[in-house]
Ligand binder design. Structure first.
Ligand SMILES: NC(=O)c1ccc[n+]([C@@H]2O[C@H](COP(=O)([O-])OP(=O)(O)OC[C@H]3O[C@@H](n4cnc5c(N)ncnc54)[C@H](O)[C@@H]3O)[C@@H](O)[C@H]2O)c1
Length: 351
């Protein structure tokens, strides 16, 4: 058993906490009374999100947030932050996440995602901090043999370097626990996070052309892109387009808080799917978003993309039974909140 600590006495170091999922999770943690230290190099985020987080949580919770602009690969900087704050838990979001880019930049992806994880866990070990929650992905399941996907579904070979980094980091953290059973590792396999904070103050702020469907739909809805590209309409699904399990980013955030509470006082390695359990097609997303923004969204059908699977959705009963967590928001909520964010912040945080 690891030491059980109350939230107000728990300092959680959040790598990548300025990013999309990280920032929403930090709001959730501060609201629940945790002390939070963000380490983010701002390679894919804006420092302006700190003020938004503080506005949402208000005082006194805002006073429990500290931000360092630092690269997790920078061992000396990271060790200094651990010396100063002595975090007892880490949530590790920091990494590159663009699947297509990872194919053209494998060295950068392996160096950053795997390299920073090795630096992080080594510094954690030196400081006696052995509790980590890692941002994994449904990508580790590859092309599923059967649906829904449970945590017992087999991991499949990845189809791109990004996917391999998730695959390998899961293995690295599992091996760490084998070598030292005092480690407490939670691997959260996210399905497709979308949506934004209902306040309209925080959301996904992709740099350049969005890699994911919903930010692309949102930018098309606001007139920044001409049409959504639907990759393939001849899949074996009800309307021929790919089916995914979309999850509201605020549900994902509460999933991290649930995992923190659940891991408190434990050791081991545990895997949880975080999704809604419902599959939604690309065309259904476009339709729901059209309803949210009040006008039709143009789309064109392009050929299938290599590596895209027909359908995936999660069985989330393990997270419900063990951690008492369930997603609350549906597709309409997700599209409404994405649109609220996009329409109030057409140029993201820099607007
Ligand atoms: N968004 C998704 O669809 C999705 C799905 C499954 C898993 N994930 C994983 O969840 C995590 C967070 O995803 P996100 O969507 O919030 O992405 P994001 O890019 O918004 O957040 C990642 C953050 O990490 C920071 N970062 C990157 N490398 C760093 C480094 N070396 N040191 C310090 N900071 C660094 C970036 O500046 C960014 O703020 C990532 O690990 C991602 O792979 C995301």
């Amino acid at each position: 058993m690891s030491e059980k600590i109350a939230p107000q006495d728990t300092c959680v170091l959040v790598t990548g906490g300025a990013g999309f999922i990280g920032s929403h999770t930090v709001v959730e943690l501060l609201t629940r009374g945790y002390q939070v230290v963000i380490v983010d190099d701002l390679s894919n985020a804006s420092a302006k999100v700190m003020d938004r987080i503080k506005t949402i949580v208000g005082e006194p919770a805002a006073a429990n947030l500290t931000f360092y602009e630092a690269d997790v690969n920078d061992r000396a900087a990271l060790a200094k932050i651990f010396d100063e704050h002595r975090p007892s838990r880490v949530i590790h979001f920091a990494g590159y996440k663009a699947v297509g880019e990872s194919v053209s930049k494998p060295i950068e992806y392996y160096a950053n995602n795997i390299g920073n994880t090795l630096t992080l866990v080594d510094v954690m070990r030196e400081h006696g901090c052995k509790s980590i929650i890692f941002s994994s992905s449904a990508t580790v399941y590859g092309d599923p043999d059967s649906l829904p996907l449970t945590e017992e579904s087999p991991k499949k070979p990845a189809t791109n370097p990004y996917g391999w980094t998730k695959w390998m980091i899961e293995q690295i953290l599992t091996d760490l626990h084998t070598a030292d059973p005092e480690w407490n590792v939670v691997l959260l396999r996210y399905f497709n996070p979308i949506g934004a904070h209902p306040s309209g103050l925080m959301g996904e702020d992709p740099k350049g052309i969005p890699n994911n469907l919903v930010p692309y739909v949102a930018q098309t809805a606001i007139g920044k892109r001409d049409a959504v590209h639907v990759f393939g309409d001849d899949y074996d699904t009800p309307d021929g387009t790919g089916v995914r399990d979309y999850i509201h980013v605020c549900d994902l955030a509460s999933g991290h808080a649930a995992a923190l509470a659940w891991m408190n006082g434990r050791t081991g390695v545990e895997v949880f799917n975080l999704g809604t359990g419902t599959g939604t097609s690309v065309l259904e997303i476009i339709k729901a978003f059209s309803k949210a923004c009040g006008h039709e969204i143009p789309y064109v059908v392009d050929p299938r993309r290599p590596g895209d699977v027909t359908a995936n959705y999660a069985d989330c009963s393990k997270a419900r039974d063990l951690m008492g967590w369930e997603a609350k928001f549906n597709i309409e909520d997700m599209c409404r909140d994405s649109w609220n964010w996009q329409s109030h912040n057409p140029d993201g945080y820099e607007g």
